[in-house]
Design a protein around this ligand. Structure first.
Ligand code: B12
Ligand code: SF4
Length: 447
């Protein structure tokens, strides 16, 4: 059996400019299962220069597995259509982050299966059934076409300790695409799923049935021993949850003599409450902490159920500064913002001495509680606009244009501030020339 795994192309600011690009970790997790059934390859639309149909004609897959985020929904459908048209007999399977909680949106005529789970063993069961020419039965979270509709099996969160090690054999070839801002050639890995917190607007916490599970540390350390690259981006929604686990991981890194640089997501309250552990993390190679600061007003933080405060956020920034690590401040622009709020956000970043700050527009992601409350007020239904840079709710204190103008101005000022403080030094003439080349290389591939 031949299996083609697809990460859709997306030509937006992030993927075109390439300031943050990660390996297709979700597909690397599936690859070992596919290889057990025959030939398998990844078509990564984020970096791929070959036209998709040319690959389909050459590879003639029996199964096409397509992943994607909500912003890529359109592209997921386009790849499904092209697969159906070029290889009419192939099975088209959709899965991934968006499919997990929004599976019913994906019941398109071109699709045979929507796979809601994370379990690679269950995906293997599907492949086994397809290989035998049988109808798959009893696979948790599988939605299978039946007549004009889809038969849905109940979703059961899997044990993530049973996931196979990702197959990263393609990493080196594409490593020059991968970066997190000033950290080039990053590799990506996940040590836990979902999140134990309950921020009202967050999609990530609903994944894995809303049940947080941290992977066994011996498995995490085994993966870290194998992982390529000098800098590892730990893509847990929140890496710093349990101080005992973090301490055990640091002990493990020392025992196994694993020397890497790390970037991770963290909460401000953890860092503020654990200055000594944070210092040890920094000594062990943790260079940047992506902290959901979200806001600088306590009333807003309370309304979002964030569980932090301005004071906690400031303590966190101070601790990281003292340890010589970067706090990458993740901030939100609320449609309830007044003019002063944009200015206050800039002043806060400036006064806290930060180099990296990113502001995303508060966006109701389906099906979060925030989305359920706001779904009747959305300004668009086009999911391409869910990239957190578009306005999807009516601003309360100014027109839409004025809001977006202020938002873009704030972003530009923050980038300039960061540049003056030594950040974003990867951007130069040769990088910009490369951006243009990479864009041209990809722009005709979705055909
Ligand atoms: C790393 C990351 C990124 C990386 C990209 C990583 C990548 N591989 O493409 C970067 C930083 C570039 C990024 C960008 C964005 N991201 Co992001 N990101 C994440 C993060 C932190 C981890 C994702 C990850 O690597 N998971 C690890 C893999 C192994 O897990 P997985 O994807 O679930 O895959 C498993 C299963 O789903 C399944 N599976 C996956 N695909 C398939 C396919 C098939 C066929 C099958 C059978 C199974 C299957 O098997 C896998 C193994 O178990 C998540 C938060 C989170 N907790 O997940 C947010 C998250 C996925 N991102 C999100 C968003 C909104 C974005 C952006 C749109 C906005 C932004 N500005 O950040 C952009 C859009 C990028 C794009 N390409 O369009 C949302 C997604 C919402 C949604 N409904 O889709 C999340 C959940 C964050 C959040 N809390 O809201 N992101
Ligand atoms: S702490 Fe972060 S990942 Fe966890 S629910 Fe809140 S926003 Fe989501």
């Amino acid at each position: 059996m031949r299996i083609l795994l697809v990460r859709p192309r997306r030509l937006d600011v992030m993927t075109v400019f390439g300031q943050i690009v990660c390996e297709p970790l979700e597909l690397e997790h599936l690859l070992p299962a596919c290889r057990a059934f025959g030939e398998a390859q990844i078509y990564d639309g984020i970096v791929e220069g070959r036209a998709f149909t040319a690959v389909l004609r050459e590879f003639r897959p029996d199964v096409v597995g397509i992943t994607g985020y909500l912003t890529q929904e359109r592209e997921m459908r386009a790849y499904a259509r092209l697969s159906r048209r070029t290889c009419p007999g192939c099975a088209v399977v959709l899965g991934g982050t968006h499919a997990q909680l929004n599976y019913r949106r994906l019941y398109w005529p071109e699709v045979d299966y929507v796979f809601r789970g994370e379990s690679v063993e269950d995906f293997s069961r599907l492949l086994a059934a397809l290989d035998r020419g049988e109808r798959p039965a009893g696979i948790p979270g599988l939605c299978a076409r039946e007549g004009a509709g889809f038969r849905e099996e109940p979703y059961v969160p899997c044990d993530v300790d049973r996931l196979p090690m990702p197959d990263r054999r393609g990493w080196e070839e594409r490593a020059d695409w991968y970066r997190y801002l000033d950290w080039p050639r990053i590799s990506t890995m996940k040590t836990a799923v979902s999140c134990p917190f309950s921020c009202d607007f967050c999609y990530g916490r609903g994944l894995h049935g809303g049940i947080y599970q941290a992977r066994r540390l011996d498995l995490v350390l085994d993966e870290l021993e194998e992982i390529p690259g000098e800098t590892v981006f730990l893509v847990d929604s929140d890496f710093l949850v349990d101080p005992a686990r973090v301490t055990a991981l640091l002990d493990g890194l020392e025992e196994r003599r694993i020397r890497k640089q790390f970037i991770c997501y963290a909460r401000a309250d953890f860092i503020a409450a654990h200055p000594d552990l944070t210092a040890r993390l920094c000594r062990a190679g943790f260079r940047a902490f992506l902290v959901g600061i979200e806001g600088i007003r306590d009333d807003r933080l309370r309304a979002w159920d964030k569980g932090t405060s301005r004071g906690t956020n400031e303590t966190c920034v101070r601790i990281l500064r003292e340890e010589g690590a970067d706090c990458v401040a993740l901030l939100l622009a609320d449609p309830a913002f007044r003019r002063e709020d944009f200015r206050a956000l800039y002043r806060w970043v400036r006064d806290m001495g930060l180099r990296y700050a990113s502001v995303q527009i508060l966006t109701p992601i389906p099906p979060t509680p925030f989305y359920q409350r706001k779904r009747g007020e959305l300004l668009s239904e086009d999911l391409r606009k869910w990239d957190l840079n578009h306005l999807l709710l009516e601003p309360e204190h100014m027109g839409r244009r004025a809001f977006l103008r202020r938002y873009r101005l704030l972003m530009a000022r923050l980038v300039w501030l960061g540049w003056r403080r030594g950040a974003y030094r990867f951007v130069g003439p040769s990088y910009l020339a490369g951006v243009a080349g990479k864009w041209l290389r990809r722009w005709r591939t979705l055909a």
